[in-house]
Design a binder for this molecule. Structure first.
Ligand SMILES: [Zn+2]
Length: 265
């Protein structure tokens, strides 16, 4: 029997009110990348993670939230709309990629660059409608199997980063209401997420570049929205995506093992 905590009661209520529209695989598979010894290390360093609940909430708004509670428990909800948005961005981008698998002939991109731009534009332009609760509408282009595999992998890495970013808030900013988090705390959450992604999966599996790409996709999508003048509603302090991007890049170039905690931009 699981221990009843403040987070678990609220988590169950929220999940009952807005049950997931699909299975929970997108989140489970991403967080499941940390296992074995790296998972034990993470749990030893941050035992509170054992009291964090993770679920996909069936709401079309592109949101993710982390709610730490006074008894040390917490829950993380990633809303369907955010996963749909990231999946659409990743798949649209992959329609423009020529894919070369070692030892095989290059598989040409499914679409020319202009068509990729138009597809991405169509996704970004639904940002406000998504925040009004409308489901994202896409016209998915079929991808060659090689590109499809990569698109799925990139989506998993991006979801991994999103979960760990929210986890960072639960571990580091438990005293702060989500609406009151500062830009410095957002950067700190990015750095923590990247560090744990590298230590938990990237380095042991020799997939560090994949981990970085997951962070880059998320942050670049936010940068594109920012350029198009879209905003993240409900946040007191917003942080320029370019700042998050440069911080992530500099943390990477210093050393993945001694990632500095960021100061504000
Ligand atoms: Zn955040």
């Amino acid at each position: 029997m699981t221990e009843a905590s403040l987070a678990s009661l609220e988590f169950q209520r929220r999940m009952r009110n807005d049950p997931p529209k699909t299975d929970q695989l997108r989140l489970g598979q991403a967080f499941g990348l940390i296992r074995g010894v790296p998972l034990m290390r993470l749990l030893t360093e941050y035992p509170q993670i054992g009291r964090v609940l993770l679920g996909e909430l069936g709401i079309n708004k592109p949101n993710a939230e982390s709610r730490p509670r006074a008894d040390g428990s917490a829950y993380i909800l990633v809303w369907t709309g955010l996963l749909d948005f990231l999946e659409a961005v990743t798949r649209a981008a992959m329609t423009g990629a020529n894919v070369t698998v070692t030892g095989q002939e290059t598989v040409p991109a499914a679409q020319p660059p202009q068509a990729v731009d138009a597809a991405l534009d169509a996704v970004y332009r639904q940002w406000d409608a998504q925040w009004q609760g409308k489901a994202l509408v896409t016209a998915p282009q079929p991808l060659p199997p090689e590109a499809e595999d990569i698109a799925r992998w990139l989506m998993k890495m991006t979801t991994f980063f999103v979960i760990l970013h929210e986890c960072a808030h639960a571990m580091l900013h438990a005293e702060v209401e989500p609406e009151d988090r500062t830009p410095a705390q957002e950067l700190e959450a990015d750095a923590w997420a990247l560090r744990q992604a590298l230590l938990g999966f990237g380095l042991p599996a020799n997939r560090s570049r994949s981990v970085l790409i997951g962070a880059v996709i998320m942050i670049r999508a936010l940068a594109a929205l920012e350029i198009m003048k879209y905003k993240l509603p409900g946040r007191r302090a917003s942080i320029p995506a370019a700042c998050r991007r440069s911080r992530s890049a500099s943390a990477w170039s210093t050393s993945p093992m001694i990632m500095p905690m960021p100061r504000s931009c």
